[in-house]
Design a protein around this ligand. Sequence first.
Ligand SMILES: [Fe+2]
Length: 393
Amino acid sequence: MNYQYLMPTKIVHGPGSLSQLGQLCKELGKKSPLFVTDPGVKGAGLLDEALAVLKTAGIEFVVVDRVNQDAGSKVVDEAVRMAVEKKCDMIIAFGGGSVLVAGKAIALVVPNGGSIVDYEGKSVVKNLPLAVIAIPTTAGTGSEVSKMIPVMNEEKKHKMSIGGDAYFPRIAILDPLLLRTLNQRQMALTSIDGLSHAIEAFFTNMTTAITDAVALYSIELYSKFLKEAVYTDSIDSREKVLLASALANMACGNSKLGLAHALAHPLSGLCGVPHGVAIAIMMPYVLDFNLPAAYDRFAQIGRVWGVEERNTEDCAVKAADRVKEFIRSFDIPKTLREVGVQEGIIPQMAKNCVVGLYDVFSKQEFDETTLIKSPNIRKATVKDVTRLFKEAL
Ligand SMILES: [Fe+2]
């Protein structure tokens, strides 16, 4: 099979690697960064540490610390104006997934003009984006190694699809010391999303030898270190989980995501269920759905998860059970009812799986045999996803 694989971001990984930030800016030949972050990071005391590194290196910077949840287009456009006014020549994005997305969005618009909403669906732009150094302070989104920039269009109330091969951050700093202020629930939810990226990347019709290798190692790291990362202060386990999160995105950035994400999107878009919660609830049902179509692949997961059955089918069944138990062992919601989802919304959510994420006004005809939009390894119909939503109620 012929294929391509792309991930051009330089990764700087390890405890204390934030201390290299000033040097890395200089290596890029940049002098005037726009430092993008959010109020949570500022409140957690991490911001001062990062800014101190820049000051020590003699780098002058401008701070934008108002990035909101879902990276709204208004904040991005305001930050673009500031970056242009202050003649910033690069972006440092320091925070969770929304901050990293906002940083990449600002980098795209500054040299090309207009508003971020003008870039929906554009995978190529005239001028290269500004260089971005992405520094995650949560582990799970993997946005630091992703070319996708899903900014929320606040006027139309939908997440825009923006992604291109030139949109990757130039550098990602993976410093596990920055995860130390996360509580158990934050650590569990963001990491189960990360684990789902690795698993889903392994169960699409776009997998390759490279994405398989990367996804399997990510799954192995989560299986061995996530519990310790959630329930202890271990820096070693945080380091492994942060790496696993980046690896998961390096896999799914190329082989795409499967059915759990197709189901999670309308749960967030129509019912306001946070992404990590939606994934944690739906993933076990999707594993059951995929199992009969992919015994070999489940058995491969079983081998990295420590399942000792020799027979492929037995190993596969045990692997699916282990992963389901693992996800459900964390103290997070287990059913859709718990997070306020009503049965009456299920037909609309199923329709959204067909017509796309937020396009609730689409006139596309469909019935229960219509296939939903997803490269999932086992094709799913409207009837299938309706059943999965009902089972998860
Ligand atoms: Fe996700």
